[in-house]
Design a protein. Structure first.
Length: 232
């Protein structure tokens, strides 16, 4: 017998997949080319397991303290790191993440590369987080600095610049924001042709992200509901 929480999440997932399918087809894109990343931050590992068992194979966390525990307890999914990353946590994140979305400065590149080597891994894929409004509190590199940051990552030999990521600022039109991100992504591909990923779009603006070329959609609330308070 399916428990009520699983039924709730399954219904939410069906709604989200329907939204993605409609957005993709409206944009003339194949829905199969889009990756749904279930963001489970502040939710228990049981909810992460429910999503995985329902077919969401890419899951994300935003705090290392929470992420490393879930990654240890639930080894099937590809774990993404989507939060602002402190340099002293980079080594831990490098040991379990399949994709880090929030690389925005050279010192973080160095710390992640050192963590990859210590963990005995061959490579870690990273996305360069782009600041679309220049607000340092939100994180992200300025668009003009992204190509050099990608060069720094590639030069480590163990980090692969796989694309870009951004969060649409609250006071921006999502289409305007994600259109600007698409332009940064195109510039990046001129120097790094394999940097094809665009992480953009959350529960409230995924349609705009799909219209503007997003490949990875970071969805939390629409799947799991309002977030429980963060402990501590």
């Amino acid at each position: 017998m399916t428990d009520p929480r699983t039924e709730q999440i399954a219904a939410n997932l069906a709604d989200v997949r329907d939204r993605i399918d409609k957005a993709a087809r409206s944009a003339g894109r194949d829905p199969a080319t889009l990756t749904l990343v279930g963001v489970t931050k502040t939710f228990p590992v049981q909810d992460a397991r429910r999503l995985y068992e329902l077919g969401v194979t890419d899951l994300a966390e935003a705090r290392d303290q929470e992420a490393r525990v879930k990654a240890r307890e639930l080894t099937g999914p590809r774990w993404h790191f989507v939060g602002r990353l402190q340099r002293n946590k980079a080594g831990s994140v490098a040991s379990y993440a399949a994709l880090v979305h929030t690389v925005d400065r050279t010192e973080l590149v160095r710390a992640l590369a050192n963590g990859v080597r210590r963990a005995g891994r061959d490579r870690l894929d990273v996305l360069l987080q782009v600041s679309l409004d220049g607000d340092p509190e939100r994180g992200g590199a300025l668009p003009v600095d992204v190509p050099a940051l990608a060069d720094d990552a590639a030069a480590t030999g163990v980090l692969r610049p796989a694309g870009v990521m951004a969060i649409a600022p609250i006071d921006f039109d999502p289409d305007e924001a994600f259109g600007a991100l698409a332009a940064v992504a195109a510039d990046l591909r001129a120097g790094h042709p394999d940097a094809s990923l665009i992480s953009a779009g959350m529960s409230g603006d995924l349609e705009a992200a799909v219209r503007n070329g997003a490949t990875h959609l970071r969805i939390g609330t629409a799947l799991l509901g309002g977030r429980p308070p963060v402990a501590g």
